[in-house]
Design a protein around this ligand. Structure first.
Ligand SMILES: NC(=O)c1ccc[n+]([C@@H]2O[C@H](COP(=O)([O-])OP(=O)(O)OC[C@H]3O[C@@H](n4cnc5c(N)ncnc54)[C@H](OP(=O)(O)O)[C@@H]3O)[C@@H](O)[C@H]2O)c1
Length: 335
């Protein structure tokens, strides 16, 4: 098969579309013919040599995919060859074929295109595990999600709105804020020109904050939190080391947690199998009935992954960039 390989670390052109051995499904795994994968910020770090795959995981990049089941490994029940699936991966998605443990496999929701489904697993598992499983967001509560214009943000706005929560968000231009409002955000703040803390204080604070910025927003996030609120940090776009104001935490009885999805164990409490099961039960039906959709900024042939990485690095992407796995190298399709 062909896959994106990294003969050396570096810029987007370090990636090569090259022939590699086909993966073979082991016990409890299936082989998937990949229709598409999607680009995540972690892929950029992996390409630069800053985010190695966990032990035993393929060094082909790609944390999610969609496709059809080609072959069942030993001991697999409940899945059939030819079935349309999408999958959360620890790596290996930028390839024509990938092996997936069945505990990381999800059926493609009815009415969702096979290529679009590649944009579901990473955002759905990250948002649900942080915002609902951990921080307990429910109807009537307020979620602040930073970067509402990103892959995570566009999904979180829709899911939290579907749950009946009030959603506040930040993004980087009036046009992007307007698009966040169309997705369901009631409060949208331009992070370049306005103070999100003031906007949140007007509504009594955020019960849950999903944060992509890390150090830069640590103090502000605590100021924007409601009493008994929960700050859950998933990104370090604003730095990895900051000062935690414990006085502000005490006053609000705040909880601050941080969570990475990729390195989590497959099984056990809070493992990937639990998350995938919950997403299948609670989030995929939201796609099937149209309350949630993958917001696709562009679809790029997988062999041109370098182009997709340049696009994400250049800024201005709204939603997800998908990597379509097919033989032709058609030019970038952007809506
Ligand atoms: N821990 C995990 O398991 C996990 C899983 C998935 C993703 N992540 C992380 O979560 C973050 C979001 O992922 P993604 O896929 O949504 O990335 P993305 O699509 O690249 O979006 C990044 C977002 O950051 C926003 N942003 C930039 N500067 C900002 C600022 N000063 N204040 C608020 N927002 C700002 C951008 O908004 P504008 O362009 O509108 O300014 C954009 O919406 C990334 O850091 C990613 O690495 C973590």
């Amino acid at each position: 098969m062909y896959a994106i390989t990294l003969p050396s670390f570096g810029g987007p052109d370090a990636m090569r579309w090259a022939q590699v051995p086909d993966p073979v499904p082991g016990h409890g795994e299936v082989l998937v013919d990949v229709a598409a994968s999607a680009v995540n910020r972690a892929d950029l770090l992996q390409r630069q040599g800053h985010y190695p795959p966990p032990d035993g995981v393929s060094d082909v990049p790609g944390l999610e995919c969609s496709g059809t089941i080609a072959e069942l490994g030993a001991g697999v029940t409940g899945w059939e060859p030819g079935q349309r699936v999408c999958a959360l991966l620890a790596g290996g998605g930028y390839a024509e074929r990938v092996v997936v443990p069945t505990t990381q496999l999800m059926p493609v929701p009815d009415g969702v295109g096979l290529v679009d489904a590649a944009g579901i697993p990473e955002v759905a598992c990250t948002v649900w595990s942080n915002v609902v499983m951990r921080a307990g967001l429910t109807a009537g509560r307020t979620l602040l999600v930073h970067g509402g214009s990103g892959g995570i943000g566009t999904h979180a706005i829709q899911v939290a709105s579907a749950l009946g929560a009030t959603v506040a968000t930040t993004a980087g231009s009036p046009d992007r804020l307007a698009r966040c409002r169309e997705l369901g955000a009631a409060i949208a703040v331009d992070h370049r020109t306005a103070d999100f803390v003031a906007a949140l204080r007007e509504v009594g604070g955020a019960d849950v904050i999903l944060d992509n910025m890390g150090a830069k927003y640590l103090r502000k996030n605590l100021d924007a939190l409601a009493p008994d609120g929960w700050l859950t940090i998933i990104g370090m776009q604003g730095g990895a080391t900051g000062e935690l104001p414990i006085g502000a935490m005490l006053a609000k009885r705040a909880r601050v947690t941080a969570m990475g999805l990729r390195g989590r164990p497959l099984d056990g409490p809070g493992g990937k199998a639990d998350i995938v099961r919950e997403v299948t039960e609670h989030v995929l039906p939201m796609y099937a009935d149209g309350r949630v959709r993958t917001v696709v900024h562009a679809t790029v042939p997988m062999a041109d992954a370098a182009e997709a990485h340049r696009l994400l690095e250049s800024g201005g992407v709204f939603g997800k960039i998908l990597l379509r796995c097919d033989a032709d190298r058609a030019s970038v399709e952007a809506p």
